[in-house]
Write a protein that binds this ligand. Structure first.
Ligand SMILES: [Zn+2]
Length: 376
């Protein structure tokens, strides 16, 4: 089997690919850290013949529990993605699939490449409602796109959303695409929300990490969501420049969009520092569940991990200002929420063909306008 990862977001290492019934691969390390989880590769395979692809180091990845009940995604055209039979024995992740075409791609989740990101920015910029700022360019040619949607007016609420601090959490950008399209749709809710507010949106906080096929870190090996207390302009320009813009514009509502490797539900956490913010967070979550049945309020880091902290760590009750939601809540004294979507599926509404998907992430983003409108 011929395997190719030489493209935007590609990542896997070949151990031995000579036998299609026993292809052995390894999750690749990120370019400057030991994290492993994301994979995305293209194969030249034998049409309609069963292939067994073993990812032999899956048990030692950053989130090994994320492989339990997990099914890999596959595509013949890199547009339509579907789940394929996948098993995990605690050590190896084994994909067994008879592709219907001779070229097939496999990935951890439906990719959202840097090229797709750039196309999203270009499309959005065609609207007269949208402004675009390129925040900071670092030595590795890393720059962050910030979209503003709506009119600048000191009486309007400032709504900030950022996504893909962890670049492998591609569902976060599918979510943002849904939100942007809703805001530009001109429907009643989007008109109302833009009368009251202006949106500042960073659809991809970690474009270089996305391009490199990293799951957790930027090109310098830094986990952006551990750098908010003191980001380096040189090594962490992504957070440094976004913070500068936040200081300049102000924030009334902040949402940091992520994906969780293990928890098969959509959930939010936030409102840690006061009863008032905690109540606002609960109201937001209830309104979100009303707007989209894929969102729920029963399971979160605390209930799922019995008090232990999950991927992005809003569950511990302590302030950790290195994380975006805590930093923003502390500094701007506003409602600051983390959103997690699953890699696996929504266990309350499982779909065996696609699991949790790009389309469902998009729809969730489309529907978050409703709880935002009720909060303003
Ligand atoms: Zn994350």
């Amino acid at each position: 089997m011929k395997i190719n990862t030489n493209f935007d977001g590609g990542s896997i290492e070949i151990v031995d690919a000579t036998d299609n019934s026993n292809v052995q691969l390894k999750l690749g390390k990120e370019n400057n850290s030991d994290n492993t989880q994301w994979f995305y590769f293209e194969c030249e395979a034998s049409k309609n013949k069963s292939h067994t692809i073993r990812i032999v180091n899956a048990g030692g990845s950053s989130f090994p529990k994320g492989w339990i009940d997990y099914q890999a995604v596959a595509s013949y055209d890199k547009k339509k993605w579907f789940r394929v039979p996948t098993q995990f024995d605690g050590k190896e992740l084994v994909i067994q699939h008879a592709p219907e075409h001779s070229v097939v791609s496999y990935a951890y989740f439906t990719p959202y490449t840097l090229e797709q990101h750039q196309a999203l920015i270009s499309r959005a910029k065609q609207s007269s409602l949208v402004g675009h700022t390129n925040l900071g360019i670092s030595s590795d040619n890393n720059s962050i796109d910030l979209l503003t949607i709506g009119e600048e007016d000191k009486n309007r609420q400032k709504v900030w959303l950022i996504a893909r601090q962890h670049p492998g959490e591609t569902m976060a950008e599918w979510f943002i695409e849904g939100l942007i399209n809703r805001l530009l749709s001109g429907d009643e809710s989007s008109k109302k929300v833009l009368q009251k507010s202006i949106f500042y949106i960073a659809p991809n906080m970690n474009p270089k990490g996305s391009f490199l096929g990293n799951h957790r870190t930027n090109s310098k090996g830094l986990n952006l969501n551990r750098e908010w207390d003191n980001p380096s302009r040189i090594d962490c320009p992504e957070v440094y420049y976004v913070q500068k813009m936040m200081d300049d514009k102000g924030i009334d509502l902040f949402i940091d969009v992520h994906g969780d490797e293990e928890i098969p539900y959509n959930f939010m956490m936030g409102g840690h520092s006061s009863c008032q913010l905690s109540k606002q967070a609960d109201e937001f979550k209830n309104n979100f569940a009303e707007a989209n049945s894929d969102f729920q309020t029963e399971v979160d880091y605390n209930t799922f991990h019995n008090g232990n902290v999950g991927c992005c760590g809003s569950g511990c009750g302590k302030k950790n200002l290195s994380k975006a939601t805590y930093y923003v809540e502390e500094k701007f004294k506003c409602l600051s929420l983390i959103l997690e979507m699953p890699f696996i599926d929504n266990a309350n509404a499982p779909d065996e063909n696609v699991g949790w998907s790009a389309e469902r992430s998009y729809q969730l983003g489309y529907s978050i306008v409703q709880p935002i409108l009720k909060t303003l």
